[in-house]
Design a binder for this molecule. Structure first.
Ligand code: TGC
Ligand code: FAD
Length: 387
């Protein structure tokens, strides 16, 4: 029996019935609702906002959180498959889901009060309230410990000053999870859209993640009530704990982008006739296609094992760093190679590789650059902090 070209090691057989059903539902959504419009969205630099209610009704927002908060209560592998199938459509949609789920709903669930959970999570799962996550600052995102944004206690409130940069969903968001330095170290605050002194400014001229909203956030003496502080975490481990959740999903997402690129490359080189035979009949081309399949297969096995470790409560941040590094590098290399195999046709958004290649420039940079993740692995091996 022929092997499935995008699942050479039969990873599907290692999934539970529920995990397969989740993957199939999101794959259908991507095929029917995302792929027909996403090239135009990218061209027009438009986030397809109209898809948010459907994503919510499929349970894709906060999918791993408990049902009592209106969420789907799925396991980590299912969340990974959601990320993979969304990013097979576009990194922008996966980004939206990552930020909403792992960077906004997760900290409210993990670090918030019961009142905060009940106030925010059901509406966020339903897609009625959109969140964004403000950690990175204009002077340098790789070293968030050195943040300048600060919050000072003033009676029952906090006064927030500073700025955040490159914030996904910034101009869409009803609430921003903002990390700020206080006299007691870094703390998280729920900053609501209409708080006086808070503004968001969309970043234009992007050549990457064009179907996603990216913004700068400004805080000019914003008064935040104590009830909007996340009380159950302090220090950099607060935001880094959220990043571990999101980075885990990002290890899966680029697998979807890479599969989409391999799919286009296989079809195109199979149909295009040069020198009296299909382009894919050339050894040099088959080597490239085989290498793509090899790297996708290795990435799939890495993410699945990572997911199983996460579901068993054993996943370590260093393992997430290794997989994020490997899988982003795998996908960006494949997207660029697929673009090349399409020749001139590869430079337009009629075909997906250039869009994925450009998007992956962001994915390999955000949530910790490739170098940051390499240094995390280096630190684990040597015991020496090289940052
Ligand atoms: P370090 O001394 O290593 O750690 C400080 C404290 O944090 C704990 N910790 C972690 N906890 C959970 N998960 C992790 N991954 C953790 N890594 C560290 C650590 O145990 C310690 O806790 P404690 O209790 O001892 O205080 O911190 P460091 O200052 O040396 O920093 C290390 C470094 C460089 C790895 C870190 O700063 C880093 O990861 N930098 C990259 C920043 C980053 O990834 N920013 C992403 C911004 S959000 C984003 O990009 C969203 S894109 C969304 C989308 O559209 O999909
Ligand atoms: P810098 O930290 O200035 O790094 C510049 C270069 O220096 C990089 O190549 C880096 O690898 C290298 N470098 C840094 N330190 C070292 C070192 N010690 N040794 C060797 N090399 C080093 N952030 C958020 O908080 N929320 C979001 O929602 C969000 N969404 C984003 C969406 C997009 C589209 C993009 C592009 C970014 C987003 N980010 C977000 C920001 C992202 O996390 C940062 O861009 C990233 O962490 C890198 O920070 P920086 O851009 O300031 O680069």
């Amino acid at each position: 029996m022929a092997l499935h070209p995008y699942d050479l090691f039969d990873i599907r057989s290692m999934l539970s019935d529920e995990e397969r059903a989740v993957q199939d539902a999101v794959a259908r959504f991507t095929d029917e609702r995302v792929l027909p419009i996403i090239g135009d969205c990218f061209d027009q630099a438009r986030f397809p906002h109209e898809l948010v209610p459907e994503m919510a009704s499929l349970g894709l927002l906060g999918s791993s959180l408990p049902e009592e908060y209106g969420c789907a209560g799925l396991n980590a592998v299912s969340y990974g498959l959601i990320c993979q199938e969304l990013e097979r459509g576009d990194s922008g949609l996966r980004s939206f889901a990552s930020v909403q789920s792992s960077l906004c709903m997760y900290p409210i669930f993990a670090y918030g009060t019961e009142d905060q959970r009940r106030r925010w999570l059901p509406d966020m799962a339903a897609g009625n309230v959109i969140g964004c996550f403000g950690l990175t600052e204009p002077h340098g995102g790789s070293d968030p410990a050195n943040m300048k944004t600060h919050a000072k206690r003033d009676g029952d409130d906090w006064i927030l000053n500073g700025a955040k940069m490159w914030i996904t969903n910034g101009n869409l968001a009803h609430v921003a999870i903002v990390w700020a330095m206080t006299d007691d170290g870094i703390q998280g605050f729920l900053v609501e859209k209409d708080f006086a002194g808070f503004s968001a400014q969309e970043i234009h001229k992007k050549m990457s993640l064009r179907a996603s909203v990216t913004s700068a956030l400004f805080f000019d003496g914003v008064r935040v009530p104590e009830a909007n502080r996340l009380p159950n975490v302090r220090g950099l481990k607060g935001p880094l704990g959220c990043l571990t959740q999101a980075r885990y999903g990002i290890t899966w997402g680029p697998i979807g982008a890479a599969i989409a690129c391999l799919d286009e490359a296989l079809k195109y080189t199979g149909e295009r006739i040069l020198f009296d035979r299909p382009v894919s009949a050339n050894q040099a081309v088959q080597l490239k296609l085989a290498d793509m399949a090899r790297r996708i297969t290795a990435a799939q096995l890495l993410s699945l094992q990572l997911g199983r470790l996460k579901d068993a409560g054993k996943m370590q941040p260093t393992q997430v760093s290794l997989a994020k590094w490997n899988n982003c590098r795998m996908a960006i290399d494949i997207a660029r190679e697929a673009r090349d195999l399409l020749g001139g046709a590869g430079i337009t958004t009629e075909h997906c590789p250039i869009r994925h290649a450009l998007n992956l420039e962001s994915v390999i940079t955000y949530e910790g650059t490739e170098t940051v993740h390499q240094l995390v692995v280096g630190r684990e091996l040597t015991g020496i902090n090289a940052f």
